[in-house]
Write a protein that binds this ligand. Sequence first.
Ligand code: AMP
Length: 468
Amino acid sequence: MGFKRLGLSDPTLTAVADAGYTEPTPIQAQAITQVLMGRDVLGIAQTGTGKTASFTLPMIDILAEGRARARMPRSLILEPTRELAAQVAESFEKYGKNHKLSMALLIGGVNFSDQEKALDRGVDVLIATPGRLLDHFERGKLLLNGIEILVVDEADRMLDMGFIPDVEKICERITKQHQTLFFSATMPPPIQRLTQQFLNDPKKIEVARPATTASTIQQFVVKVAPREKRRALRKLLSDEDVQNGIVFCNRKTDVKEVYASLKRHGFSVGQLHGDMEQRDRMEILRQFKENEIQLLVASDVAARGLDVPAVSHVFNFDVPGHADDYVHRIGRTGRAGRKGKTFMLATKSKTDVRLLEAIEKLIGNPLDIVDGFDVGSDKAKQQKSDTEDKVVKPRAKRADAKPVKEKNSKERPARETRRRTAPRGQDPSANFAPDDMPKEPFVGMGPHVPSFMSIVAKPSSKQKQTGE
Ligand code: AMP
C-alpha cells in the first residue's frame, strides 16, 4: 500500500515522494489515518520505525487549516532531548516544505530572544523539551490554551530522565479540547498511568522493535579484557569495512577518552556528550551526517534518536546498563532495509555477564561471539576481582555469522600489570595505557599530562538526574 491511500493532501504527498519514500512503514500505515480522523493515538514504537513521519505528516495537513495567534501555539511536541527536538523540526521542514507552517523550538542552547519573537508572532508548531517549555510558560511568555494537538514523544526516555512530573504539569495546563499523540518504546507502569490519565480512548498501535525483527542487523559480541578494549575497538575498526559508525560508551568520561584515543590513532572521529554546547553538538552531527567524519563516539542521552540514515556499524564500547539501551543503540544501523553490523565489547566481569544475559533475553537470541581477542589471563583474573571467573555459556553460532578477519594478528598481547593511574609522586603519563600513546614523538608539551587534567569532575545534581 502506497502513501496515497492514507488520506494525506497532494502537497504533503509530493514532499513525501521528494524524501524518497515509496511505502509507509507499519506505524505510518496505521497511525496517519487515525490522526487525520482526529483520534488520540498511543504508539508503542521506537526510533527507526518511521514514527516521526507518522505524526508530522498528518499534523501538517491538519494545521494547514487555520491561523496561529500570538503566544498561542496550535500544536506542541514534547521531546526528551534537544537533538530529538531539532530532528523533529527538520522533519517538519522536510515534509512541510509545500506548506506555510510556522514553527519554533524551545530547547536549551538556542537563542532565547529569537524564539520569543517567533512565539510572539504566533506559531503553528512548537517543539520543546519539557523544562524549557515550563520556563517560558511560568514567565508568562506562552499560553497553552490554543493547543489543538499535543505530541508526547519518547515518553519512556522522559521517564528515565526524570521529566514525567513536568510532562504531567504541561498536560494539566492544556485545558482546551485537544488531540493527543503519545509515543513510547516501552510501557512501564508510570507511563501507563500517564496514558490512562491524559489520553481519550486512544487507538493503540504497537509495532515490532526494529532490533528484534531486523534481519538486516548482524550482531556480535567480542569478549575482551577490560584493558584491551580500546585496542580491540581499533582492531574491529580496521578489520571491518566501516563506511560510518557510532561508538557508544556508557559514561561521558569514556566518550571523551575513547574519542581522544581514536583521534590520536588517526581515525576520522567526532564526539557527542552532554558537556558539549548545543552549537558544537549540532555541528558534529552535521559533519557526521555529511560524511565529513566517519565515526562518532557518543553517550546514550546525547545520541538518543539520532536520525542518521545508513550507518553501517554500531560499536558498543561498553555493555549498556539497560537491555533497552542496547536495542536503541543498535537501532542506529540496519534502518529501512539496509544492512548493518554491530559489535559489543564485553568483559568477563559479573556485571557484564549479567547485562549480556539480559540483552540476549530481551532480543530473544544469543549474540554471536567473535574470537581472536585477548580476554585476559588467569593471573589478571586473580589480581582483579572484577575480571572474575564466570564463563559465559557456549552458544550456537548462527550459520550466517561472519567472523571478523584476523588481519592484525601481530597486535601486542595484553600487559596484565599495566596501570591506569599513577601512584602519588609518579609520572602521570602512566594515566595513558601504552597502546594509546602515539607512535610519533610529541611536539610541544611532551608526553606528560598535567595531573590536574586527570581529576574527574563531580557531576552536578542535574547531570546526575539526566545521566549525562
Ligand atoms: P524515525 O523512526 O522517525 O526516527 O525514522 C527513522 C528513519 O526512517 C529516518 O531516517 C526517516 O527519514 C526514515 N523513514 C521514515 N519513513 C520512511 C519511509 N516510509 N520509507 C523509508 N524511510 C523512511
